[in-house]
Design a protein around this ligand. Sequence first.
Ligand SMILES: C[C@@H]1O[C@H](OP(=O)(O)OP(=O)(O)OC[C@H]2O[C@@H](n3ccc(=O)[nH]c3=O)[C@H](O)[C@@H]2O)[C@H](O)[C@H](O)[C@H]1O
Length: 455
Amino acid sequence: MESLMNVNRKTLHVVMFPWLAHGHISPYLELAKRLAKRNFIIHLCSTPANLSSIKNKIGEKFARSIRLVELHLPKLPELPPCYHTTNGLPPHLMPTLKRAFEMAAPNFAYILSNIRPDLLIYDFLQPWAPLAAALLNIPAVEFITSSSSMTAYMFHFFKYPGIEFPFPTLFYRDYELVHRAKLLESATDKQVKERAFQGIQRSSKIVLVKGFREIEAKYSDYLSSLLGKKIVPVGALVQDPTQENDSSDIIEWLDEKDKNSTVFVSFGSEYFLTREDMLELAYGLELSNVNFIWVVRFPKGKKTILEDALPLGFLQRVSERGLVVEGWAPQAKILNHPSIGGFVSHCGCSSVMEGMKFGVPIIAMPMHLDQPLNARLMEDVGVGMEVVRDHCGDLQREEVAAVIRHVVVETGGESIRTNARKMSEKIRIKGDEEIDEVVQELVQLCATKKRNGFH
Ligand SMILES: C[C@@H]1O[C@H](OP(=O)(O)OP(=O)(O)OC[C@H]2O[C@@H](n3ccc(=O)[nH]c3=O)[C@H](O)[C@@H]2O)[C@H](O)[C@H](O)[C@H]1O
């Protein structure tokens, strides 16, 4: 079917427009690659700062079919161009970045009118983008890079505040209610809530959501009923680990370690650990006696010396057993390495998909927003275990060590390890089957638009 669809139709041009976050542009790029393989030309539009994080991930194979289009934000003194991405953005500048993004709407409309694509695929934070497309009679589809479960949770409370979420396995712990409030703050801000619904309403017939039905069917169906749109899952969209920059020192270090002996510790592209969490985690890693690679990040523009953020003498004590990497590490490549036996993760949406894809059990340490829900989902699916904090919300080093040992080493954790392996196998066998449905939907959408004489 796929080849027939490719041969019999003309190439479709699509502008893809993610929010300015690495956790968003990265799944957009992965979807772009899968569409490009099926006779689409993609124009991926973002700020130069955000595009720079994916430039070298496109590769020769897609050099002609995936084109990068720069969107320039207005000049604001407090937001130099290096901050035109959430990656490393000092948290207090997030509202300014959102404001500058919105101010760039006319620039985006200009880009769209120049390219005149057959379709726009846009993210949830910019309901003004499908409006610009509508003015040019270009169909537009929203692509949500979070899971169906978290999106269903959010829209449930937007629509029915005060009424319990129908799936009790997804919940926030008492000490996480502050994160829930932050996630749902839009529910109390009429304008923000309206924008979220506007974004969806302006999506032509379908909404694309990252993930797959095997773990999210019931949430997808519920989301569809909440939004009145067909939800089309696009799959796990995990990057090909061979495409990542060569970090041979890290890989050589891993090569020396035993199979499944090492945990990878990383908290995504946006979040920075508090000093207290950092110390408890460090002591927990020490106590666990398990090898580790830990990616430590500090906000851009803030000078922090690594040793000062770690317990005194930590690096000397862990010595060969632990590798601390400052800034960034090739996560997919590391998770795909046979020495990795566990993933201490904040449970960002892409990270949990990567854990499942590479069969690495997850030691969940959710930090904020939707991450507690993703952590609960991983436990429910059976591929992870959470480090539960104390009643004040503080991380405890003994608990960190105990969960790491349970998941990676102890016999009691065998079922989690087996489930993770089985999940990886399932994902491998399935391949990119969701993308065929996505292509079918998109092709139909463009064809209907043309038949109706809009184009
Ligand atoms: C507000 C939050 O945005 C989040 O994005 P974030 O970047 O933190 O996390 P991921 O979705 O795991 O995405 C992180 C991505 O960056 C990659 N990576 C990260 C660090 C590194 O050192 N090397 C890498 O290759 C990693 O492989 C993954 O693909 C999520 O949406 C989350 O659900 C939401 O709560």
